[in-house]
Design a protein around this ligand. Structure first.
Ligand code: PAF
Length: 256
């Protein structure tokens, strides 16, 4: 694996996995998918300041460069790109505004977050020019919004990788206390069990360490509330444990 700092050193028509580092098995699964799609697998590590609405969250974002390089090298990445901020955001770069769906759910709790995400992803795509890019379903709203700006890049959605108790893997999990970590599996258990939005909310509220933000059933096509006509329904949940924001989602069965 080559570690490079400038996009001019990257191969063309690669499979691309953008990340913010603190890599874990969830990222490894994205790299493995990329490997099955191209002999050139590019991963980037760039902690994007534009998508952090809160400076403390940015400062506390985990940084694990040594283990990131090890995990990338052992998971099929051929080029690990560690861009400098000046390359991503040169003077006069274009700031994008996410589709209005970006103001709902995660966007409502984190104003401007998705504008920052789509801005950096478009910049990364313009510099890497991949043929395909892989994103986890864990960030389901992010995936929906990235598809809207990825006219020239094929987007592949990768299933969420989970811990043994079902908790979706996330760089944030490492910041949970022991009690918080064990309470966090409530999201998976509730998503697996619930047959309705009301039941989902009730199950989540039964965990005293979990503070619910939202638990909704949406239509995957529109991201609007699910209706009896929805072909694909997804439950989205978000809340806080130990002051750490956690999210998860799951496809729900649709009765025909
Ligand atoms: O999902 C992430 O890690 C980030 O939002 C992304 C897509 C790398 C953009 O900074």
């Amino acid at each position: 694996m080559k570690v490079v700092t400038h996009s001019s050193e990257l191969p063309s028509a690669c499979a691309f996995v953008p990340t913010m580092g603190a890599l874990h098995a969830g990222h490894a699964s994205l790299f493995n998918i990329a490997k099955s799609l191209s002999s050139h697998v590019v991963a980037s590590i760039f902690i994007n300041p534009l998508q952090f609405e809160n400076p403390t969250d940015l400062a506390q974002y985990p940084r694990t460069p040594e283990s990131d390089i090890e995990l990338a090298a052992s998971s099929g990445v051929t080029h690990l790109w560690l861009p400098k901020s000046q390359e991503i955001y040169p003077e006069g770069f274009e700031r994008l505004t996410a589709d209005p769906i970006g103001n709902l759910f995660e966007g409502a709790a984190r104003p401007g977050h998705f504008d920052g995400v789509v801005t950096v992803v478009r910049r990364l795509f313009d510099l890497v020019m991949p043929k395909v890019a892989i994103f986890g379903e864990k960030d389901f709203q992010q995936l929906f919004l990235i598809k809207k700006i990825a006219h020239d890049v094929e987007i592949i959605a990768a299933p969420t990788i989970r811990e043994n108790d079902g908790l979706a893997m996330s760089s944030r999990n490492s910041r949970l206390s022991e009690a918080g970590r064990s309470a966090a599996s409530i999201m998976y258990r509730a998503l697996k069990t619930a047959k309705s939005e009301a039941e989902l909310q009730e199950l989540l509220k039964s965990e005293p360490l979990f503070t619910l933000d939202y638990a909704v059933f949406i239509d995957e096509q529109t991201f609007m509330p699910a209706s009896p006509d929805s072909q694909k329904v997804r439950a989205l949940v978000a809340g806080w444990i130990d002051g750490i924001r956690l999210i998860d989602n799951m496809a729900m069965e649709v009765r025909s």
